[in-house]
Write a protein that binds this ligand. Structure first.
Ligand SMILES: C[S@@+](CC[C@H](N)C(=O)[O-])C[C@H]1O[C@@H](n2cnc3c(N)ncnc32)[C@H](O)[C@@H]1O
Length: 198
């Protein structure tokens, strides 16, 4: 049987993410002239085009700021998305620790803090600090959105966010999430949830 090329799998993952994100945040995101999104622990930020589309439906212009500790991935994100985004959306990706977010004055107070495949399970103290500082940075009406690879990790991260004072206002389980063959039990954007500041 022929294998589906990897780029097609990625495209299919992103199409599902786009639909689920729109369904998840649409009821909670006010239309504004300008929206800003902070993509924390963004890696290569493959989902930037999807985020730009969703923001464009709610604003005249948008800025996507991404950060991660991995320099090569941040380099790839910058070179790809400086070319590929439409004019009304700008982007900028930097190497920085999400648990040192409060050191970064230029981030301002984003409308959305986004964490795709958050990794709370892997390092609870660091991810608690990332969640805490993301909530502190967020504007008062802002949304914090997470996606997770598996049930247990999602439940633990949601609980940690609630212990930090966040209120969950929506969630989606992705029934068509692609299983990761090399990571048993994990699948792409299996869970999505949106939180507001308490
Ligand atoms: C599971 S990966 C998710 C990457 C990307 N969001 C995605 O969905 O493909 C977790 C990411 O967290 C990043 N990371 C780990 N600790 C971090 C920290 N303290 N600050 C920022 N990023 C961190 C890793 O470099 C990695 O890119």
């Amino acid at each position: 049987m022929a294998h589906t090329p990897f780029h097609e799998l990625l495209q299919s993952d992103l199409a599902k993410l786009e639909k689920n994100l729109r369904d998840l945040i649409d009821p909670h995101l006010e239309t504004k002239d300008h929206l800003s999104l902070l993509n924390l622990a963004c890696g290569r930020a493959d989902e930037t085009g999807v985020l730009a589309k969703v923001l464009a439906e709610k604003s005249k212009s948008a800025h996507i700021q991404g950060l991660d500790i991995r320099a090569p991935e941040i380099g790839q994100a910058n070179s790809r998305w400086k070319k590929e985004l439409e004019e009304k959306t700008s982007s900028d990706f930097i190497v920085h620790r999400g648990d040192r977010l409060l050191d970064l004055q230029e981030v301002g107070t984003p409308d959305i803090a986004f964490l795709r495949h958050q990794n709370y399970w892997n390092d609870k103290p660091v991810w608690t600090a990332i969640f805490d500082q993301a909530l502190e940075r967020l504007n008062e009406e802002g949304l914090l959105v997470i996606t997770s690879y598996f049930n247990k990790e999602h439940a633990l991260a949601s609980k940690a966010l609630e212990q930090l004072g966040a209120i969950q206002v929506g969630s989606i389980v992705n029934p068509n999430s692609r299983t990761l063959i090399d990571a048993p039990g994990k699948s792409v954007d299996k869970h999505l949830a949106v939180f507001k500041k308490g």
